[in-house]
Design a protein around this ligand. Structure first.
Ligand SMILES: Nc1ncnc2c1ncn2[C@@H]1O[C@H](COP(=O)(O)OP(=O)(O)O)[C@@H](O)[C@H]1O
Ligand SMILES: [Mg+2]
Length: 337
């Protein structure tokens, strides 16, 4: 137990030695049973946002944890690491974040409905009026009404994101990322785009069009963040990394395998004031921003049962997307039939 762990668990190495582990971190943790699994399977395990109940629940906190088997003098041991969520202002896959996102989406959808109906009435009436008018100068006014009504409708449509049904097909994530890189090429300028792809990643069942949208939003944000320093002639770097990650827990769901995509830039970082709310619609730090990019990306990824999180500090911002290999088995089954 290192000093940081002593601090976290509010005990000393001396006191903890010989104590039952459950007493230190609380009983209700299902992940503790993973300790056995790790020893047996000798594969490592990661869990996010697990609760620690210290001193019988007197102190509660949430941490990420990783369990790794190590062999030492012929003994099989586990190295257990806790990462406190406050580190680098990580936005976690916190349950509350999920439910808040859902609540704001529902609200937006209802609001959108309430606005779009009268709006289309307004537009229709303006069209009728337009036909009755014969003076071009007056028609100018109806054109403004129609044009602005269309603009509002578009805004609302972007706000609530794509609602079409997903077309789930076997998708190569690198094709998606390459497509997005191509779309972003005009904004790439002097930015050094580094691809760190794991070529062995299996295909994933997903809706490629919406994934393109989500990753475009993430990449575009990074490029915008890097722009000022590129203009100043400083080194700008954007890394696209793909990996397969084992034993991933998202929300309450455990997955054996997930695809992990990291988008890492060496820009100024997310402004502290908005760090906790960047995934909400209409949160932006840019004068010309709509604050929808991340909200839409998150909706898309959540509909794939995955998650996005952000870890940011000046000089290094990382957005991580986890896409579990769900439905994979189902699809395989239906192919077999
Ligand atoms: N890679 C990044 N580096 C720094 N800040 C970022 C990054 N990505 C997102 N942000 C912050 O998150 C905010 C919200 O992003 P987004 O939802 O895409 O809206 P918009 O791009 O319209 O501002 C941005 O205004 C910016 O402050
Ligand atoms: Mg954006």
């Amino acid at each position: 137990m290192n000093p940081a762990a002593e601090n976290l668990l509010d005990t000393s190495r001396h006191k903890a030695l010989g104590t039952n582990f459950r007493q230190l971190v609380g009983n209700e943790n299902t992940w503790i049973s993973k300790l056995e699994d790790v020893l047996q399977s000798q594969t490592s395990y990661t869990a996010w946002d697990i609760p620690l109940h210290i001193h019988n629940g007197a102190r509660r906190l949430s941490v990420d944890c990783s369990l790794a088997p190590v062999r030492c003098n012929n003994n099989l041991l586990i190295v257990l690491e806790f990462f406190t969520l406050a580190r680098n202002h990580r936005i976690s896959r916190d349950e509350t974040l999920f439910s808040q996102h859902h609540a704001s989406q529902t609200l937006l959808r209802q609001l959108a409905h309430e606005i779009k109906n009268p709006l289309s009435g307004l537009r229709g009436a303006a069209q009728l009026l337009d036909r009755e008018l014969d003076q071009p100068a007056l028609k100018e006014y109806t054109r403004v009404i129609i044009g602005e009504a269309d603009r509002l409708t578009n805004l609302i449509d972007t706000l609530i994101g794509p609602r079409r049904p997903f077309d789930m097909v076997s998708t190569n994530i690198h094709m998606v990322l390459e497509h997005v890189s191509l779309l972003c090429e005009p904004d790439l300028g002097g930015i050094n785009l580094i691809r760190d792809y794991d070529p062995s990643t299996p295909e994933i069942i997903a809706d490629p069009q919406s994934l393109i949208q989500a990753f475009f939003n993430l990449l575009h944000n990074a490029l915008v963040a890097l722009q000022p320093q590129t203009d100043l002639g400083q080194e700008s770097q954007l890394i696209l990394r793909t990996r397969v990650q084992r034993q991933v827990t998202i929300g309450q769901q455990h997955h054996k395998l997930a695809l992990r995509i990291d988008i890492i830039d060496n820009g100024p970082g997310v402004p502290l004031e908005i760090m906790d709310s960047i995934f909400y619609p209409m949160v932006t730090s840019r004068p010309d921003g709509m604050g929808l990019g991340l909200s839409i990306a998150q909706s898309v990824i959540m509909r794939h049962q995955g998650l996005i999180e952000c870890d940011s500090k000046p000089g290094r911002t990382q957005f991580t997307v986890l896409l579990p290999f769900v439905n994979q088995e189902l699809t395989k089954l239906s192919h077999d039939e």
